[in-house]
Design a protein around this ligand. Structure first.
Ligand SMILES: NC(=O)c1ccc[n+]([C@@H]2O[C@H](COP(=O)([O-])OP(=O)(O)OC[C@H]3O[C@@H](n4cnc5c(N)ncnc54)[C@H](OP(=O)(O)O)[C@@H]3O)[C@@H](O)[C@H]2O)c1
Length: 248
């Protein structure tokens, strides 16, 4: 496995906006080969074209992380085109906040399918290749809400706690294969995340709170770059960051 970021093959789910898009740009600028997955093909294809035009290596693969075969295809495309997978960034997620009593059960299912099962499908797709390579790095995106539970955010918090639990188990299980694992738990970052809150009163309240304190998506990208850039014998297992102004 090469040290640093340059020439590493990095697969990113949820690369069409927010944290995933910012990370694709940041890592590509630092010499990584980025393979972009998301449902909005127009967005990731435009990003891949833009990065390629600037002399970087990038490829877009339309991917719905709720479909395990599509996640497998995303990773297999990376390995076929670029020879290996060095980093799997399981970033796709959504946060339609609402108190349990509003019974937004379809949204619970959606969060469980994307935020938990989507991450597991990413692990399943990357692991066989990384085991064969005897190297690799799996980065899973949790949240401050993977550390605390707030009323109104219960199911989202449960999914992000699950991401931390499965990542910690993964960390211990992949020791024989020289695979690194990192959990990144951001606080409030300015992205499209709040656009998918269907309860308008909750969306307005959350927007008001987040808009006052959120930091830019590049903050997250720099934490990914830090973990990836560390030498091979250093395993950055968890990064938790908040805007300085965030009280929770
Ligand atoms: N922003 C924050 O304050 C914050 C804080 C803590 C944690 N997070 C976490 O950070 C991650 C990224 O979110 P973000 O803030 O960057 O929000 P965002 O701008 O809404 O981006 C979410 C990304 O996930 C993708 N996605 C959603 N459902 C998908 C699916 N079924 N298949 C594939 N991709 C899917 C979206 O792409 P398509 O719609 O094109 O599929 C999009 O690229 C999430 O896991 C979120 O929970 C964010």
């Amino acid at each position: 496995m090469s040290q640093g970021i340059e020439n590493k093959v990095v697969v990113i789910t949820g690369a069409s906006s927010g944290l995933g898009e910012a990370t694709a740009r940041h890592l590509a600028e630092r010499g990584a080969i980025v393979v972009l997955g998301a449902r909005r093909a127009d967005r990731i294809e435009a990003l891949a074209s833009e990065l390629t035009a600037r002399g970087h290596k990038a490829k877009a693969v339309q991917t719905d992380v709720r479909e395990r075969n599509q996640v497998k295809h995303l990773v297999e495309t990376a390995v076929r085109e670029f020879g290996r997978i060095d980093v799997m960034l399981n970033n796709a997620g959504l946060m339609p906040l609402a108190p349990l009593e509003r019974l937004k059960i379809d949204e619970w299912d959606h969060m469980i399918d994307v935020n938990i099962k989507g991450v597991l499908y990413g692990v399943a797709a990357a692991l066989p290749h990384m085991k064969t390579q005897k190297s690799g790095h799996i980065i899973n995106v949790s949240s401050v809400y993977g550390h605390v539970v707030d009323p109104g955010a219960t199911v989202y918090c449960a999914t992000k706690h699950a991401v931390r639990a499965l990542s910690e188990g993964l960390r211990k299980e992949v020791k024989p294969y020289n695979i690194r694992t990192t959990i990144i738990s951001p606080g409030a970052v300015s992205t499209e995340l709040l656009e998918h809150i269907s309860e308008k009163d909750i969306q307005a309240g959350t927007r008001e709170f987040v808009s006052k304190i959120a930091v830019s998506a590049d903050t997250f990208a720099r934490t990914v770059a830090f973990a990836v850039n560390e030498p091979d014998d250093v395993d950055i297992n968890e990064i938790l960051f908040r805007p300085t102004a965030q009280p929770v």
